[in-house]
Design a protein around this ligand. Structure first.
Ligand SMILES: NC(=O)c1ccc[n+]([C@@H]2O[C@H](COP(=O)([O-])OP(=O)(O)OC[C@H]3O[C@@H](n4cnc5c(N)ncnc54)[C@H](O)[C@@H]3O)[C@@H](O)[C@H]2O)c1
Ligand SMILES: [Zn+2]
Length: 349
């Protein structure tokens, strides 16, 4: 088992190991005093893993109830949050009790948000079961829901008390969902760690514990420096501004990870054409993404993508902040006038 310590507004451990689920009760008891806990999960994950989690928590002295909602981004709404907090109140959870998120990023974001607002904030623990949630969403304390106007538009910063990543749960993921997480893994290498990027040539599944630990340490370092995303944390959005536009243009048929993969290629190709990034690095990125089952191009036009991207919430006034690779391992923030965006994307297509 690998342990990574995070010192954000609250300090907590991330535990990464094989078959940790059956001892999650013991592990939780080291971070929070045994109490009443509500396990929040989706129907797919609950069918696979809820019983094992409950059993272990009970034998460690926790009392458990569970709240299960239908899987998918469509559940990530205020309506589900209301149902969760009403359920917590009906079951009389108090300020000294805690929530446990058992699932992917959707479960983690919602459970974390419910924990942030119920009784003005109670503890929660993350047990991520997708590669994306293991390397990205379970770390850093961003929680929230989607609004009709867009993704993740309401939420709170609320750090977990513990993250337990049992990577044996990744074995049941559909290939496409695993590949989505690979896009975020590759992203970390491009942002600031060239050695890590090339280490991925050896495969992600093949070195899963090390890969998750490296990603989590990378995100931890960024979050510790800029917890509330006023500067450096924005680098983690590499490929995401254009990626979100691709997701939306495809009516969400193109998954998040696939869209981010294409988004990274578009910004890097534009950077190559502007003469600020070597062409070999673009080739290396494309072949790394392909090797991990990810697409590297799409059929939307620059005009379509720019129109959707300028509605992005990360936009400030007449400028948009893009994350531009100067090479693999060196990315920088760059403000671009909105009027330039279409031209920029066009260079990247
Ligand atoms: N908070 C953050 O910092 C942050 C960062 C990145 C992404 N996110 C959010 O994360 C969400 C995406 O996360 P995700 O990709 O994990 O999506 P998800 O939680 O919807 O999981 C994807 C699918 O896989 C299923 N699944 C989960 N674990 C499984 C397992 N072990 N075996 C079989 N099936 C399993 C789920 O039921 C779901 O259908 C988005 O809502 C995104 O906005 C948040
Ligand atoms: Zn992402």
């Amino acid at each position: 088992m690998t342990e990574v310590r995070v010192n954000a507004s609250g300090a907590y451990d991330i535990l990464i190991g094989n078959n940790l689920l059956d001892s999650c009760g013991e592990l939780c008891a080291q971070a929070v005093k045994p109490c009443k806990t509500c396990i929040v999960s989706d129907d797919t994950v609950a069918a696979l893993y809820l019983e094992r989690a409950e059993k272990s928590l009970k034998s460690a002295g926790f009392e458990t109830v569970s709240f299960v909602f239908p899987h998918g981004e469509g559940s990530k709404t205020m309506d589900t949050i209301i149902n969760i907090v009403e359920f917590l109140a009906e079951n009389r959870l108090t300020r000294t009790d805690c929530l446990i998120a058992l699932g992917g990023g959707v479960v983690g974001d919602m459970c974390g948000f419910a924990a942030a607002i119920y009784l003005r904030g109670i503890k929660f623990i993350q047990i991520p079961t997708t590669l994306l949630s293991a390397v990205d969403s379970s770390v850093g304390g961003k929680t929230g829901v989607d609004l009709r106007a867009g993704k993740n538009l309401a939420g709170a910063f609320h750090q977990p008390s513990l993250v337990i990543c049992d990577y044996s749960t990744l074995d049941t993921l559909p290939d496409e969902t695993f590949a989505d997480g690979c896009a975020e893994v590759i992203k970390y290498g491009v942002i600031n760690d060239r050695n890590f990027f090339f280490k991925l040539d050896g495969g992600i599944k093949e070195q899963i514990e090390e890969v998750i630990a490296d990603c989590v340490r990378n995100k931890r370092d960024v979050v510790e420096e800029d917890e509330f995303e006023s500067g450096k944390r924005q680098l983690l959005n590499l490929g995401h501004t254009i990626g979100h536009a691709i997701e939306l243009c495809s009516n969400l048929e193109i998954s998040h990870g696939s869209a981010v993969a294409i988004g990274m290629v578009i910004v890097m190709r534009a950077a190559v054409k502007y003469g600020i990034c070597p062409a070999e690095d673009l080739e290396a990125l494309i072949s790394m993404l392909e090797k991990h089952g990810l697409p590297t191009s799409c059929t939307f036009t620059a005009k379509q993508l720019a129109a959707v991207a300028t509605a992005d919430k990360k936009r400030k006034g007449n400028d948009i902040t893009l994350v531009i690779p100067h090479s693999i391992g060196d990315t920088r923030l760059c403000k671009l006038p909105i009027s330039e965006l279409e031209n920029f994307i066009n260079k990247g297509l």
